[in-house]
Design a protein around this ligand. Structure first.
Ligand SMILES: Cc1ncc(COP(=O)(O)O)c(C=O)c1O
Length: 399
């Protein structure tokens, strides 16, 4: 071989450009987690393909099936929730879709709490109408009705640990006892593992809209479900099959948000209690829903299940109904904006009858206690005195 022939051939600029972007191998580790923004992973041989696919070698193949950023976030949330493992999805609804596809089939029966995030009920109703699932809704406190509704075809029960938007606290240990082994899926988006760990109370799976507190900065759309290794394997397979997998960048952002979750939950819990007490004394407000208030029907239960605080979500009814809500939102627009989400770092307001629960009929909303004057408030990280002053000034304009 001549010395000339051992040199790399000069490559055409199209080849150089097409292969650009790969840093030389190095041995130090990045201090912050890297983002694996890649559709797929290069494989050295068919042997390696078999050993990665067969789980004998740690590796990834295709991001829809798995990616280090997905896995890092899912493992961290699973650890916080006392679960074995988890799967991160494109949205909270994506996580619910994957769970349902893994756990129920046509003809099966699902029990669901009457007050749930509106789209959860909408998805269940859609599956009932189009795919022959049977759904029974029950009042979360009516354990007798829950017991009576169980059939030999019941495969799943769905509740929210703290409900959206009325802040009911589900008595998880009592529900688990009634279910006698029927899997319980808990949407714990409002509580987060900092306030409550449903698995410690016997739940089978815990589900979150990561778009909310787990990320906490209003810039991610993702979901997660955590539970046992066996169940999550089946759910992950459905997430991949139905294509509801997360995106690596959003998983990375969510991991970044997760680092401050305990501090944020402590702060919003303290502030929300001050705001709830402040709103209670306002003449424009007929009722405040916050489980940390002594007059909330679930106050004692909240003390038992949520000893570290009740979180940053609360709701209140305006005596002036829908038109008063409209005036309030206009007055608040530049300080506490109307935003159809929750758990941002900023305090925001929303209108369940027109956003999260607009897909319910007016009578179904009324049956749940969601009135046309109901405002949902997501308390952020601001100073409590500032938030109360801004709310007070806007409410004064309604009189
Ligand atoms: C309690 C709750 N669960 C689930 C969801 C759905 O999550 P996503 O919007 O991430 O699909 C939401 C969305 O607002 C929610 O509030």
């Amino acid at each position: 071989m001549t010395s000339e022939s051992s040199e790399s051939p000069e490559l055409d600029s199209s080849t150089l450009a097409a292969r650009a972007g790969y840093a030389p191998e190095f041995t130090t580790r990045s201090s912050a987690p890297p983002i694996y923004m890649t559709t797929a992973f290069d494989i050295e041989s068919l042997e390696q393909l078999d050993s990665v696919a067969g789980g004998r070698e740690k590796g990834y193949l295709y991001t829809r099936d798995g990616n280090p950023n997905h896995e890092a976030f899912a493992n961290d949330v699973a650890a916080l929730e006392h679960a074995e493992t988890g799967v991160v999805t494109a949205s909270g609804m994506g996580a619910l879709t994957a769970v349902l596809m893994a756990m129920v089939k046509t003809g099966d029966h699902i029990l669901a709490a009457r007050v749930l995030y509106g789209r959860t009920s909408q998805l269940l109703d859609h599956l009932a109408a189009s795919f022959g699932l049977k759904i029974t809704y029950f009042e979360v406190d009516d354990l007798q009705a829950l017991r009576a509704a169980i059939t030999s075809e019941t495969r799943l029960c769905i509740v929210e640990s703290i409900s959206n938007p009325l802040l009911e606290v589900a008595d998880l240990p009592a529900i688990v006892e009634v279910l006698k082994g029927i899997p319980l899926l808990v949407d714990s988006t409002f509580a987060t593992p900092c306030l409550l760990r449903p698995i410690d109370h016997g739940a089978t799976l815990v589900w979150h809209s990561v778009s909310k507190y787990l990320n906490g900065h209003g810039d991610v759309m993702a979901g997660i479900v955590v539970g046992s290794t066996n169940l999550i394997r089946r759910i992950r397979a459905m997430s991949s099959l139905y294509g509801v997998n997360a995106n690596p960048f959003e998983s990375w952002l969510a991991s970044r948000g997760l680092r401050t979750l305990p501090l944020r939950m402590q702060r919003v819990s303290e502030t929300a209690l001050k705001v709830a007490n402040f709103l209670k004394s306002n003449p424009q407000v007929s009722r405040v829903f916050y489980p940390g208030l002594e007059d909330h029907p679930h106050f004692a239960r909240a003390n038992r299940l949520l000893p570290n605080g009740c979180g940053g979500m609360l709701a209140f009814d305006l005596t002036g109904g829908r038109s008063a809500v409209d005036v309030l939102f206009r007055r608040l627009a530049h300080v506490i904006p109307f935003s159809p989400t929750l758990a941002d770092a900023r305090t925001t307001v929303s209108y369940p009858a027109g956003t999260s629960h607009k897909f319910m009929t007016a009578s179904a909303r009324a049956a749940c206690g969601i009135s046309d004057g109901l405002v949902r408030l997501s308390v952020g990280l601001e100073d409590a005195g500032d938030v109360n002053r801004e709310l007070g000034e806007a409410l004064a304009q309604l009189g």
